[in-house]
Design a protein around this ligand. Structure first.
Ligand code: UGA
Length: 438
């Protein structure tokens, strides 16, 4: 099938490469010529495991091409997927400028019966608006559908190849058959619903997962007050099949390019339809404030940040990416610097991105390894569960020269507390009992 994917962010490139790997003729389209040149040469402009190999293989086999020209790509396309960015506008609503621009640019070149699928996350209600705008620009009959995306950064290729389900938001029977055929190689459950439900489903899935994280963070905080251990609590609740035992890591709150934005957008959408009193506002507020509340708590534990050498481990918002969007480091490090700490930051991948974002303010140094960050540190703050960071043998670090114990703050409960039983360590986790029992 001839498929065009518009937008070459991580959803667009992964989608293009995966559909090409199933033998489709895929064109990736973006208005940024630099991105297109790189991609045409087999270079992925961001970090995503397995993607470069897949991209190069598909370019080599001739299934995948890239262009900046709508006039070149759209006329042959049977299915067009719009996967451009939808950043948050200042009022919390999704900014659909790029989606509208892409739809307006493609409309004049459509072949009769082409299916235009919105993969970008757009709020419920925007479907009718997009359709109206496109119909004003072409007399060619086309079908507008919604194909929301559920992949995660850092495991995007694997998630796309092995989805839990595929959602087709469409009401046109012929287009539904074509889209079913296109998605057959995935061998995943296909859920066919109306476009509005597909879009609402996407927001609901992300908002539900975000509230789940917010919920377990609150439970973890309560555990710290009463001798319960959040890891045991998740075992207790996880055996209930209605609840499940996964996706329960507590920490400093959810980050990334999706959950924070989608929860805010759902809150804004609720307000816009007169439902200002809603759950989503509260989830967002709790998540926004969490880091500062926890940093105050840690400050008291370690006896103030002023003059302390603090190793901050993990700068990206999650492992296997250099994406800094709503990463805990982007709040934690400026806060520590403001409070007068000396920060030694380390990440296996994201140091260049962080340097570009924050530069080299006074008090901040970038370390070349876990050991370089931690050896002289008074406090180690483990923010992200990169394998290199959680597998490091911290217990083997030399003692501090002043004879005082060093703090390990394991914000995501990733380390074995037994490493920190010596008198030269103090260990703090989230919602666990070890620190209290020593
Ligand atoms: C998320 C969803 O998981 C995907 O299904 C969705 O397609 C994607 O958003 C999107 O809308 O594009 P992603 O943001 O890449 O994917 O990453 P997640 O692995 O879901 O993590 C999001 C945040 O939640 C991270 O800050 C992570 O540390 C945090 N998290 C996750 C927890 O604090 N605890 C957990 O148990 C799980």
């Amino acid at each position: 099938m001839h498929v065009v994917v518009i937008g070459t962010g991580f959803v667009g490139v992964v989608t293009a490469a995966v559909f090409a790997s199933f033998g489709n003729q895929v064109t990736g389209l973006d208005i940024d010529p630099q991105k297109i040149t790189k991609l045409s040469q087999g270079e992925v402009p961001f970090h995503e495991p397995q993607l470069t190999e897949m991209l190069q293989a598909q370019l080599g086999q001739g299934n995948l091409h890239f262009t900046t020209e709508y006039a070149e790509a759209i006329p042959a396309a049977e299915v067009i997927m719009v996967a451009v960015g939808t950043p948050s506008a200042p009022d919390g609503n999704a900014d659909l400028t790029y989606v509208h621009k892409a739809c307006e640019s493609l409309a004049p070149y459509l072949q009769p019966g082409a299916i235009v699928c919105i993969k970008s996350t757009v709020p419920p209600g925007s479907f009718t608006e997009i359709s109206k705008k496109m119909k004003a620009l072409t007399d060619t009959p086309f079908v507008l559908a919604s194909l929301p995306e559920f992949l995660r950064e850092g495991s995007a290729v694997n998630d796309t190849l092995h989805p839990d389900r595929l959602v087709i938001g469409c009401t046109d029977p012929t287009a539904i058959e074509t889209l079913k055929q296109l998605h057959e190689p995935f061998q995943a459950p296909l859920v066919v619903v109306r476009p509005e439900s597909a879009q609402m489903g996407k927001y609901s899935a992300n908002a539900y997962l975000a509230q789940r994280i917010t919920f377990i963070n609150q439970i973890a905080d309560l555990c710290e007050e009463n001798g319960a251990d959040v890891e045991e609590v998740t075992h207790v609740i996880g055996y209930d099949k209605r609840i499940g035992n996964h996706y329960w890591y507590p920490g400093l709150g959810y980050g990334g390019s999706c959950f924070p934005k989608d929860v805010k957008e759902l809150a804004a959408y609720s307000r816009s339809v007169g439902q200002g009193y809603n759950l989503f506002n509260k989830i967002d507020e709790l998540n926004e404030n969490r880091i500062f509340i926890k940093m105050k708590e840690y400050e008291q534990l370690v006896g103030g940040w002023e003059g302390k050498r603090v190793a901050v481990l993990g700068l990206s918002f999650k492992p296997h990416t250099d994406d800094l969007r709503v990463a805990p480091s982007t709040k934690v490090i400026p806060h520590l610097l403001h409070e007068g700490a000396q920060v030694l930051a380390y990440d296996p991948l994201a140091i260049p991105a962080f340097q570009q974002w924050l530069g080299q303010p006074e008090g901040l140094e970038y370390a070349s390894s876990v050991a370089a960050a931690c050896t002289e540190a008074d406090v180690i703050l483990l923010l992200i569960e990169w394998p290199e960071l959680i597998e490091y043998p911290y217990g083997d670090l030399p003692d501090r020269t002043n004879g005082q114990p060093r703090w390990m703050i394991d914000t995501r409960n990733q380390l074995d507390p037994q490493q920190f039983t010596s008198e030269m360590w103090q260990y703090k986790s989230t919602g666990r009992t070890y620190d209290r029992e020593r």
